[in-house]
Design a protein around this ligand. Sequence first.
Ligand code: GLN
Length: 246
Amino acid sequence: MTGSEPARRVGTSVMGQHTPRALFPAASLPDSRVSIGVLALQGDVREHCLALEAAGARAVAVRSAAQLAGADGARVDGLVLPGGESTTMGKLLASFGMLEPVRALVRDGMAVYGSCAGMIMLADRVQGAASGQPLIGGIDMTVRRNAFGRQVDSYEEDLVAPTLGANEERPLRAVFIRAPWVEEVGEGVEVLATTRSGRAGADRPGTGGRIVAVRQGPLLATSFHPEVGSDHRVHDVFVEMVRHRS
Ligand code: GLN
C-alpha cells in the first residue's frame, strides 16, 4: 500500500473531496489530481508521463515557458526533468527561453524531480560539465557526470532506500544509463540511496557506496531511471511531495 493509492480509487476521498463519483456525469467531473509537467524538449518524456499517471497525478508534456507560467491554462503544480543528455537539454532550455523561468520556479519552491540528466540539471556544482553547459541548480551538491562510465557500463542494481519505500525484502531495481553520481552534498541535503556493490564490484572498484538519490526540500533527484519498468515508488514519493506543496 503506497501513500498515493487512495487517490486512484473511485468514489473515495481524493484531495479532501468525499463526493461519490456516481453523482456527477463523467464529463463534468472535476479533475482533482495534481498536475505535473514533464519537460518535453528531449529525453524519456513518455515514460515519466505514464509513471506519474500511474502514481495518481495528471501528467502534462511541457514545451514552452508559457505552459510553465500557466498562460495557456496548463498550469503545473510540479515539474519533472527527465533523463536524456544534460548538455542538449540545457541548450534547448536556453534557446526556448525556458532556462530562467525554470530557475525561477525552483527558486520559488516548486517541487521538481530530476532523473539522471535531470539530476545533473538540478545540481549546484557539476564535475565533467561541458564548457558553458547551462544548469538550473537548486540542490546543494556536486554531481559527477558519466561517473559510472559510458553507455556500455550501464547497469542495474537493487537499492535499499527507506524514504522511497524500498527495503531488503522489496528493494528498488535501479537502472543506471551513463549515469552520474553525487560526489558530495551540503548540510541541507538528505541522502536517500547509495549503491551497494557497484557494477560487478571487483572489476569496477569505487562504484560502491555512491550517493544516487537525494532530496533537498521540494527538490528530488536520482541518478537512475525509475520511469523504466513498472515500479513507481519514486514517482509515488514525488507526487506526494507535489500534493504537499500545492
Ligand atoms: N550522461 C548523460 C548526461 O550527462 C545523462 C544520461 C542519462 O540521462 N541517462 O547528461
